[in-house]
Design a protein around this ligand. Structure first.
Ligand code: NAP
Ligand code: ZN
Length: 352
């Protein structure tokens, strides 16, 4: 084990601040990476503030961060995919059992023994796993991803969560040319959802509570923008959508979106508001509509998504910040004031 610098929160009400954490010395299947960039996901905020305590309680101190891009510094003797100096990335998972039907089908995210990048039991060192707001990290090579070499690295980091979380359900629900697709919420996930749905050839409508994001939404690939607080604008789209991806992080009225579906249409939730949503039966039974959820994506699909981004030159729109501004960035996220993903330049941690 060795010690390294990280930013951690000591409680649900503490700001993130500098600390030292332990990382395991790389074992034979491990890759050690110097972290160059780490995105800030709204899940980091939910976790740091223990807002999901009913589902997954937070263990403190917590070191968040699961949108990690870095450079390999050391590899174990059995590692075949990476060598020192290579670029590599890590998303929301760092381990799974590898033998269950879900793992075998490429759905590590559904494995009951899946280990999250932070706030999951750490079988190597005890305690919990620590995420990417840190100098470096050690991971089994099965959970490291190859980074296309033509993309801006800060813009790649958010692909590891916001990217795959939107790519996977859009693919699963068959979003292609000729489909009318809605994306609710233009934040980190939402703006990636717009880019992918547009790249897949769909007719894309963005639903936002922020009228000032309209021009950006069109630039990102939307064909139309609806201000969701305007009932008339909403009504014009009643019964017309094949698929709607809901990325909203807070309490909101999901029935307003179910009512916009055509028969057999689907709303998929990727946003994870802490409190239950209210759904009247009639929102679903009329038109045989369905409501689903989706969580990140498997490792193979994450690699497919990164390769797709390399081929189509897709990255996140980012605001790069030093780690010293992380607490301010959390407040701005809570005010929907992000264009469209904060990414921490980890070089800033070296100055502390
Ligand atoms: P984000 O950047 O903060 O974006 C959320 C967007 O939702 C905001 O920009 C805002 O868009 C809209 N919004 C916020 N509060 C709202 C409210 N009260 N009513 C209506 N709209 C509101 O967050 P993110 O990082 O994209 O994450 C979004 C959610 O997805 C979080 O709950 C996160 O935990 C979850 N998540 C889930 C997965 C998964 O695997 N399922 C993975 C990652 C994240 P407008 O300004 O356009 O309205
Ligand atoms: Zn995330």
């Amino acid at each position: 084990m060795y010690n390294t610098k990280a930013y951690a929160a000591a409680s649900a009400t503490s700001p993130l601040s500098l600390t030292q954490i332990g990382r395991r010395a790389p074992t034979e299947h491990d890759v050690q990476m110097e972290i160059l960039f780490c995105g800030i996901c709204h899940s980091d905020v939910h976790s740091v503030r223990n807002e999901w305590s009913n589902f997954m309680s937070t263990t403190y101190p917590i070191v968040p961060g699961h949108e990690i891009v870095g450079r390999v510094t050391q590899v174990g003797s059995a590692v075949t995919k990476y060598k020192p100096g290579d670029l590599a990335a890590i998303g929301c998972m760092v381990d799974s059992d590898g033998i269950c039907p879900n793992c075998k089908a490429g759905f590590e995210q559904f494995c009951s023994n899946m280990i999250l990048t932070y706030n999951s039991p750490d079988k190597h060192l005890g305690g919990v796993t620590y995420g990417g707001y840190s100098d470096n990290i050690v991971v089994d090579e099965r959970f490291a991803l190859r980074v296309p070499d033509n993309l801006d690295l800060a813009g790649v980091a958010p692909l590891l969560c916001a990217g795959i979380t939107t790519y996977s359900p859009l693919r699963h629900w068959g979003v292609t040319q000729g489909k009318k697709v809605g994306v609710v919420g233009l934040g980190g996930l939402g703006h990636m959802g717009v880019k992918f749905a547009h790249a897949f050839g769909a007719d894309v409508v963005v639903f936002t509570t922020s009228p000032n994001k309209k021009e950006d939404a069109l630039r990102l690939g939307a064909d139309e923008v609806v201000v969701s607080r305007n009932a008339d604008e909403m009504q014009q789209h009643a019964g017309s959508f094949d698929f709607i991806l809901d990325t909203v992080s807070a309490k909101h009225d999901i029935n307003a979106y179910l009512n916009l579906l055509r028969p057999d249409g689907n709303v998929t939730l990727v946003g994870a508001p802490p409190n239950p949503l209210e759904i009247p039966a009639f929102s679903l039974i009329m038109g045989r509509r369905s409501l689903s959820g989706s969580i990140i994506g498997g490792i193979a699909e994450t690699q497919e998504m990164l390769d797709f981004c390399g081929e189509h030159n897709i990255t996140a729109d980012v605001e790069v910040i030093p780690i010293q501004k992380v607490n301010e960035a959390y407040e701005r996220l809570l005010n929907s004031d992000v264009k469209y993903r904060f990414v921490i330049d980890m070089a800033s941690l070296k100055t502390e």
